[in-house]
Write a protein that binds this ligand. Structure first.
Ligand SMILES: Cc1cc2nc3c(=O)[nH]c(=O)nc-3n(C[C@H](O)[C@H](O)[C@H](O)COP(=O)(O)OP(=O)(O)OC[C@H]3O[C@@H](n4cnc5c(N)ncnc54)[C@H](O)[C@@H]3O)c2cc1C
Length: 483
């Protein structure tokens, strides 16, 4: 006899597990859900994030389907001016707490075991978890499925282990320590060294400059240059539909013109759909980070850029690389922004999304992880067998480079194509706040708006360029899988 009974045991109460549960609880009004999670509060890695973290995509299309963020207005000032607001880390945490406490638990059909480690499932369907702070292992009779909402293995600076050595007298901190510097105003660092080339490093650069640090007092170790999504083209709502469609058209058009993924992104970058900090670079990295032109302009003021590959060792006054070293001012504070958020590589042995008694929440519309989880819940509740569900849910890859990104784009387009052909899914997407254009298009159709003309070229472009998207995508898949 197990300690608990449930229909779905969701391992992970982060953004992805919550987005899945939020849709499932509506689509399957009889099911019971149990969450098991290591963290003390819902929201997963957002509990460990640096204090000045924010979403890099609009709040309006993040989170769960049933609940809006408080911050869904258009920003009227700052580096995101004119665009949909981005919730701060604390707002994201408060949001997920609300999802759990005011939306899911009051249904009476959800149990939440926090500070617990999932330890596996036996052949007879009995799952086990252990309270981390003490107490006996518990058993759960899972009547239907275990849902793995840990696939993304999100890593953040405060919890990851740096891959470089640190001399005992070197000052290395995660970015979350920076807002505490006021406490040592009498002994501030003489120089700042940002380690890492991803979005956390960019947030850190922006934070330091906005806090008043002279950009000449900042060095930035950027092993690779990155393409970045221009946030202006990722905006929901009627007012932005034209520019969103403009980018979609460009993605399709340039797929026919490009020789490979690198060429494709270069062409799109030259037209402003993607941004890069160093305009003279030909970036080797694309991790789906989204940024505004204002942030890029600010970051360009940091000109002490060290491009010697990955750091191997940090010493006071010195950075050691595989191939050489760089002198750094004495008294520098090194800021570790090298956590990789999610593993951008082939996930060996990853299961299909629907696989018998297990659901693994993987990306369907790359890189929209909460939207993908909500779609998976809809498929689970509304289709009868795994073969049908998987045919509508090809897992997208988390690609690492411009060369490999067409693979992710191809899978996204194929999934979206399949969903648009299925009236049940299409009707649901038309109401989904997590879908960038679905509700806007549905509204325009309901109003028979003349703005629907914006969509006509898109239909033609799909027919014309989809073969090129597939060709580029398959070429990129081969590169991704060879790495
Ligand atoms: C700084 C940052 C900003 C981001 N901004 C955006 C954005 O703007 N838009 C966007 O779409 N994405 C963004 N992302 C991507 C991000 O990965 C997702 O938004 C999302 O929060 C990931 O949620 P998750 O549920 O997959 O992972 P997590 O937040 O890591 O949640 C997984 C949970 O599973 C638990 N867990 C794992 N293993 C076990 C186990 N064995 N037993 C019990 N519990 C377990 C963990 O404790 C954790 O709580 C961002 C990522 C980072 C790092």
């Amino acid at each position: 006899m197990a300690d608990f009974e449930t229909d779905y045991l969701i391992v992970g109460a982060g953004a992805v597990g919550l987005a899945f549960a939020d849709t499932l609880i509506d689509e399957d009004p009889d099911c019971h859900i149990t969450f098991v999670d290591r963290h003390a509060k819902p929201g997963g890695h957002w509990n460990d994030a640096y204090s000045f973290v924010a979403l890099h995509q609009p709040s309006a299309t993040y989170g769960v389907n049933s609940l809006e963020f408080q911050t869904e207005h258009i920003d009227e000032h700052g580096l995101n001016k004119g665009l949909h607001a981005l919730a701060s880390g604390t707002e994201v945490l408060a949001y997920f707490e609300k999802v759990m406490n005011l939306r899911l638990l009051p249904t009476g059909r959800v149990d939440y075991h926090r500070l617990c480690e999932f330890t596996g499932r036996d052949d007879d369907g009995i799952a086990r978890f252990k309270p981390i702070l003490g107490g006996e292992e518990k058993t759960v009779n899972v009547r239907r499925k275990v849902v793995d909402a840990t696939f993304y293995q999100t890593s953040v600076p405060s919890t990851h282990t740096p891959s470089f050595e640190i001399a005992s007298d070197a000052q290395v901190v995660p970015p979350g320590e920076l807002p505490q510097l006021w406490k040592r105003a009498h002994a501030l660092p003489e120089h700042y060294v940002i380690l890492g080339a991803g979005k956390t490093a960019m947030d850190t650069g922006v934070w330091l400059i906005e806090a008043g640090v002279d950009p000449r007092s900042i060095s930035w170790v950027r092993p690779r240059e990155s393409w970045l999504w221009n946030r202006a083209y990722t905006q929901p709502g009627e007012d932005f539909l034209e520019q969103v469609m403009d980018m979609q058209l460009a993605l399709l058009r340039e797929a026919s013109a490009a020789s490979d993924g690198r060429d494709w992104m270069r062409r799109l970058g030259e037209q402003g759909y993607y941004l890069r900090i160093d305009e003279n670079s030909d970036p080797d990295m694309f991790h789906y980070a989204t940024i505004s032109q204002g942030e890029v302009d600010l970051l360009r003021r940091i000109t002490n850029v060290i491009r010697k590959g990955r750091v191997k060792r940090v010493e006071p006054g010195k950075l050691v690389f595989a191939d050489g070293a760089a002198d750094i001012p004495q008294g520098s504070l090194f800021i570790d922004c090298t956590a990789t958020a999610v593993p951008f590589r082939v996930q060996e042995g990853a299961r299909p999304i629907f696989d018998g008694d297990t659901i693994t929440l993987r990306p369907l519309h790359v890189p929209l992880v909460t939207f993908s989880a909500a779609v998976a819940a809809f498929l689970e509740a509304n289709f009868d067998d795994d073969a049908t569900r998987n045919a509508l849910a090809t897992p997208g890859p988390l690609t690492d480079t411009p060369e490999t990104f067409p693979y992710a784009f191809m899978v996204t387009m194929m999934n979206r194509g399949a969903w648009s052909q299925n009236p049940k899914i299409a009707a649901w997407l038309a109401k989904s706040r997590l879908d960038l254009a679905g509700p806007t298009i549905a509204k325009l159709i309901a109003e028979n708006s003349p703005k629907l003309a914006i969509l006509a070229p898109f239909q033609q472009a799909i027919a014309q360029h989809m073969p090129s998207v597939v060709k580029l995508g398959m070429q990129a898949k081969a590169v991704h899988e060879a790495k």
